[in-house]
Design a protein around this ligand. Sequence first.
Ligand SMILES: Cc1cc2nc3c(=O)[nH]c(=O)nc-3n(C[C@H](O)[C@H](O)[C@H](O)COP(=O)(O)O)c2cc1C
Length: 243
Amino acid sequence: MEKWYEAIRKRVSVRKYSDSVTRDELLDLKEAAQYLSTDDVRIVVGKKDGIFDAIIGKTISGTDTFAAIISRGNESDYMVGSVGEAFVLECTAMGYGTCWLGLSYNKALAKSFIRLNEGEKLRCMISIGRYEMQPSHKRTRKTIYNLTGLDDEAFKKLPDWQKCAIECGRLAPSARNAQPWEFDVMTDSMQIACVSKNFGYGGIDCGIAMLHIEIGAAHCGVYGDWQVEDRLPLFTVDYNLEA
Ligand SMILES: Cc1cc2nc3c(=O)[nH]c(=O)nc-3n(C[C@H](O)[C@H](O)[C@H](O)COP(=O)(O)O)c2cc1C
């Protein structure tokens, strides 16, 4: 997970690419996609001209390489977000730029090209490519206080794993940068509450933040499991401090 921790700290959305990926690089990406796919969420990597020509205009340029994030049944949106973000962080660690896309792609073309199995849904796309210049936009994020209700003094007193988990969760990407979550910090656990549907992307956004929190804690040697409570948009993670 350590390479994903580094990836969290350096990743920003890349929308202008200098190049797509070569055929050999595509094979590496397909291997990573296969490795990270689960029974619930399938990642399909491919190249297609015009894939980023969206109805709302063309936001992505310079690449035709994509990863489609496909849900396979009734799994939660959180799982979609976590699996997709694991792939984004792996791409970042491999040196590629990426951008999560809910809208900025040609959905009809993607659906006809990918061939979905029965019950599957195309949830999001991720653009992938080489880039020369780090995008100049700042990663504007909610303050720690807005996220947790903790002031500077209280935050400083937290154990390292919780500080690290919060900082990583804070850097999670979300649709429209809405950051539709709040973090609740307890003695040996943390909860994340989804506070907005964010035009249908709220659950996916929260799944992304959940993975970031887990990676931040793991960086400090603390591991745990997420539990979803009664289908409410509220999650609890318990970390075994002896782990
Ligand atoms: C689920 C999801 C959907 C997104 N959809 C789009 C999109 O359609 N077009 C786009 O340009 N960016 C999209 N983004 C990227 C966000 O705008 C971006 O992650 C956010 O502004 C934070 O910036 P950063 O990724 O550089 O940290 C999406 C992000 C997520 C997580």
